[in-house]
Design a protein around this ligand. Structure first.
Ligand code: LAC
Length: 228
């Protein structure tokens, strides 16, 4: 682990809480916010995987909008174009998790980047709207590769942009499928198990398991000492 040169964070679910849109959904569709948000996120990911497999890439803004429309229609909620636009705007104002600022501040002597399915516009908005810009040196989107994580071709972008080797990257994600994809690709990987989930049965396991980013500092240094 002592060869790590950069810590690269997944965005949605890892730094930013996708379910912070529940309030906005409730505002438009009272008492339906949680259901909308859960179906919205599940379909957003499903559509990203299906579009990659079909070779029919559309960017994450489009995929997110399509998933929102599905979520509302599946719940019998007639969402208007204006309401769709409003919720997509709210998606640029997600909250970051409570410990994120403090942790990134503590490790700001490290090179830190974001690598996400989100488009650069979506990600740059989130980074600025949450005030994380002082800590993030690079915001990277799969959009340039026109394929979504966990495709290896997506993770290759990180090496190209940061000019580093796989083993020099510590990738941090709360999404088990993304952890497996990054580990399969050759990164060191930390899984932020925010919801005390069961890990995926996909033949690869993370190097670190944390309940939130707060554990990153202690466990990362402990692992470095072990590997020296
Ligand atoms: C991301 C989500 C999909 O790539 O985890 O940020």
């Amino acid at each position: 682990m002592d060869q790590i040169q950069a810590i690269v964070f997944d965005a949605y679910g890892t730094l930013f809480d996708v379910h912070s849109v529940v309030e906005a959904c409730d505002r438009l569709f009272p008492d339906k916010g949680t259901q909308i948000s859960e179906v919205w996120r599940a379909k957003q990911l499903e559509y990203s995987w299906l579009r990659s497999l079909m070779g029919r890439y559309q960017d994450f803004r489009q995929v997110t909008e399509d998933a929102l429309r599905y979520a509302c229609h599946s719940l019998g909620l007639p969402i208007t174009d204006a309401q769709e636009k409003e919720l997509m705007e709210d998606y640029l104002h997600l909250n970051c998790y409570k410990e994120v600022h403090e942790v990134l501040k503590q490790i700001q002597n490290h090179q830190m980047a974001i690598f996400s399915n989100g488009t650069l516009d979506m990600l740059n908005s989130l980074v600025q709207n949450t005030g994380l810009d002082p800590y993030i040196s690079d915001v990277l989107s799969v959009d340039e590769a026109k394929v979504y994580k966990p495709a290896p071709r997506a993770y290759t972008l990180v090496l190209d942009k940061l000019k580093l080797e796989r083993e020099q990257i510590l990738f941090v994600s709360a999404n088990a499928w993304d952890v497996v994809g990054a580990k399969s690709f050759g990164f060191h990987v930390a899984w932020v198990n925010r919801g005390n989930q069961t890990f995926a049965e996909l033949g690869k396991n993370p190097d670190l398991i944390l309940s939130d980013l707060g554990g990153l500092i202690a466990s990362y240094w402990a692992l470095r000492q072990k590997s020296e």
